[in-house]
Write a new protein. Sequence first.
Length: 323
Amino acid sequence: MLPPSTRRHFLLGSAALAASLACSKGLKSEPGTAALAPVYPAMPERLLGRTGLSLPILGLGGAGQTPLSKEGQAAAAIPLIERALSLGIRYFDTAASYGPSEGYLGQVLPPVRDQVVIASKTAARDRDGAWRELERSLQRLKTDYLDVWQLHHVSFMEELDQIFGAAGAIQALEEAKAQKLVRFSGLTGHHEPAVIAAGLNRYAFDTTLICLNAADVHHPRPFAQAVLPVAQARQVGVIAMKVPAYGRLFKPGGLEGMAQAMGYTLSLPGVHGCVIAAETIPQLESNVEVARQFQPLSPTAMAAIEQRTALVWEENSFFRQWT
């Protein structure tokens, strides 16, 4: 790992070289100068907590059932990212552990870097490990900064103690922000809501990425109940994940489609947006169309959706077991 005094200089040089190479391979605009074409009708936008970022309510997920997270799928992943941009998506979610995801995004986003928000994550709990992952993420993404850097899938209180302990990952985060390699900080998790709530109360994170869907409400410890009030009180930007539970919510006996799944999650008080992966361009286009037509659901409509998931919530909460 490079010493702090030389790290930013190295990363700046690496990013500039990578962007130059990308442009020489056929990208149409110089980095930072490409103007994204207006999209009509546009998706609704919301402010992401206290960050000041105004973003469309749907972002593109870089993990799960998508070519973005699969090796050897550049021929499918690159057009998917390009189509997301043309449809008006501006928030791209990835992580150091998402296989080739960061690399694929790094082949597309540099020319429009100042017009998109890139969020990545580290699963390291120690300072040095987190720094190594950040350096690698910046190089793969061909950028000299992340808009959001998140501590990934924090599941246990003991992990919080590691993160905030001597030589914990929080030191890397604060150092990276001081060096302007990271704009905003975040905490993510899909296992235990109480851990995320404790983390938000322990440190002034700017964002949180948590599981929020129409089935999780029936879990004995739902994320919405435990985390959203804390996030609202602390003005933390909330991004929802696992919205369709990898499509399992659409099996017989569940929801009718993405309009109900996305509509429910985005109607929860305190939710600012969601990230959903796409397997294909038609699926991506369909998701964007749902987001464009989104209108907050009434309490009656929310209750009806919850009733539809009452008998299938366990099947759709499989991710709660992941640590």
